[in-house]
Design a protein around this ligand. Structure first.
Ligand SMILES: [Mn+2]
Length: 322
């Protein structure tokens, strides 16, 4: 029985580990990357060996992160026998992190530390630092550093600020608390430029992407009965305006922020004959349940699915035709 707190246990393990492997969840966002890269910068700045890993390459919007070029996406990273610890950031379970099979294939399961703030976290780690009332995993990592007397450098602060900005939607959504704003002001005192970070995160859309957004706005349809707004992007649209997927990812969030609707659904046809659906809700609707009906899933307020089919019309909007 180990009576040390998870905060202390993880700290001690990190200091004694030979080569910790830090992991961001699939399709990484600013919070999972922010938490991971802050810990990575801390370890590497001390000359310690470590890996930063994600199964998917981060968007080029995060190029300003310190040491982001050192991030590994090759699953063979897991073959390094010196890895004796894995730290997972912002993932409810190993599957969401995208590493369940990679961990299962390791000859010896390393010590796993779990940094997260999701209520759905399964406490999959050997030490679990899961703070469900934290705004972000960045806030959890900040508390971890503070409790262990780790000095936060400007580089680390840049990572953590990105996580805070991401998960609070630039300090505008309900995750914005006194605590998260206090941490933000502390990070500003480390010399972080919030303006630079928000510019990198927001002002990064090419014209082709906004033309697609324009098509999506033009096609918005309103279902009064369901208080649902739907829109559609067809395969030919994406062929005419080829852009990286990442530039379309903000569309459903954007609509959810400004539309007076209970539910927003963005449908998009893919090259391989499928339809991707992205649900958002700012009201008391569990969109994870709606996504499940199409074989998908996610969070109560943000969920998605991918099904074989095309997009068709019904009286009050757009739908998947299988
Ligand atoms: Mn998060």
């Amino acid at each position: 029985m180990n009576h040390a707190t998870p905060t202390k246990r993880i700290y001690e393990k990190l200091l004694s580990a030979r080569r910790p492997l830090l992991v961001s969840h699939r399709k990484p966002d600013g919070d999972t990357l922010g938490g991971m890269m802050a810990v990575y910068a801390w370890l590497r700045d001390q000359g310690r060996e470590a890996y930063a890993f994600c199964v998917d390459a981060p968007s080029s919007a995060y190029a300003y992160f310190p040491r982001i070029r050192e991030l590994q996406t090759n699953p063979e990273t897991f073959h390094d026998e010196a890895i004796d610890m894995i730290c997972v950031f912002d993932a409810g379970d190993l599957q969401y992190a995208g590493i369940d099979a990679l961990v299962a294939a390791m000859p010896k399961r390393p010590f796993i530390a779990n940094f997260d703030h999701h209520v759905t976290n399964t406490s999959f780690g050997d030490a679990n630092l899961v703070v469900t009332d934290a705004s972000s995993t960045a806030e959890v990592v900040h508390a971890f550093f503070t409790a262990n007397g780790v000095e936060i450098t400007q580089a680390m602060a840049t990572c953590l600020m990105t996580g805070l900005l991401t998960d609070t939607s630039n300090f505008s959504n309900p995750a914005t608390t006194v605590k998260s704003l206090e941490i933000a002001s502390e990070l500003l005192l480390k010399g972080v430029s919030m303006r630079d970070i928000t510019r990198r995160l927001m002002r990064n859309k090419p014209v082709a992407a906004l033309k697609l957004w324009g098509l999506a706005l033009e096609r918005l349809r309103w279902d009064e009965g369901r208080k649902t707004a739907t829109t559609a992007l067809f395969r030919k649209d994406l062929e005419e305006h080829p852009v990286d997927d990442e530039h379309l990812e903000g569309l459903s969030n954007f609509l959810n922020h400004i539309l007076k609707a209970d539910v927003v659904l963005v449908l998009k046809e893919t090259k391989d004959g499928k339809v991707k659906g992205s649900y958002r809700s700012a009201a008391d609707v569990d969109v994870a349940e709606l996504a499940k009906a199409h074989g998908g899933g996610g969070h109560k307020k943000a969920a998605g699915f991918t099904v074989a089919g095309t997009i068709g019309e019904h009286a009050d909007g757009w739908k998947v035709v299988t």
